[in-house]
Design a binder for this molecule. Structure first.
Ligand SMILES: NC(=O)c1ccc[n+]([C@@H]2O[C@H](COP(=O)([O-])OP(=O)(O)OC[C@H]3O[C@@H](n4cnc5c(N)ncnc54)[C@H](OP(=O)(O)O)[C@@H]3O)[C@@H](O)[C@H]2O)c1
Length: 159
């Protein structure tokens, strides 16, 4: 199963100046729950923001300029290579495409399901989630969380 996981605002912002431009307590719960025990694929800048391999997951970083090699982390230079490596090394695990923008764009046609956190706010940013053909997916709203900034966990499953 190849999934994509992202949180974006009403204006489709995912990041600003290399960081996630909101702080909402608990909002990353679904990311943690889904990806734990599985494989995440992310671009070099997203990895740099976190700064270390995520615990209890295997992280594959995409980069042509850097190399991160640790117990739970490796680096490859293309998305195809990352998916091949994940499928060969961890055939029973799910793969989660975890950003950023270019990685999401490159993976969009390959993913079976998208786990999206819709942040109900307009927030300034410089990095955006790409437009996609919503008619190719069935959308379900899994959970709505109210707060200072409300958000919803939604799932888009490819038809
Ligand atoms: N809201 C969310 O859910 C979410 C999720 C993830 C990230 N973010 C935010 O998004 C921003 C980072 O995203 P970004 O789009 O700027 O950068 P990014 O995708 O994380 O990293 C870009 C870098 O990754 C490498 N890369 C990307 N695609 C590649 C490919 N197909 N093959 C080989 N290498 C590839 C390249 O590294 P080299 O230059 O080293 O070759 C590229 O410069 C941050 O603000 C972060 O906080 C938000």
């Amino acid at each position: 199963m190849i999934g994509l996981i992202v949180a974006y605002t009403n204006n489709r912002v995912i990041g600003n100046a290399g960081k996630i431009p909101w702080r909402i307590k608990g909002e990353q719960r679904r990311f943690r729950e889904l990806t734990t025990g599985n494989v995440v694929i992310m671009g070099r800048r997203s990895y740099d923001e976190i700064g270390h391999p995520l615990p209890n997951r295997f992280t594959i970083v995409l980069s042509n300029t850097a190399s991160y090699e640790e117990e739970n982390c490796t680096t490859v230079s293309s998305l195809e290579e990352a998916i091949k490596l994940a499928a060969e090394r961890f055939p029973d695990k799910n793969i989660y495409i975890s950003g950023g923008a270019g990685v999401y764009r490159a993976a969009m046609d390959l993913v079976d399901v998208m786990y999206i956190t819709e942040i109900d706010a307009e927030i300034e940013g410089d990095t955006f989630f790409p437009e996609f053909d919503e008619s190719a997916f069935t959308k379900t709203v899994d959970e709505q969380v109210e707060g200072d900034i409300s958000y919803a966990y939604v799932t888009y499953r490819r038809k």
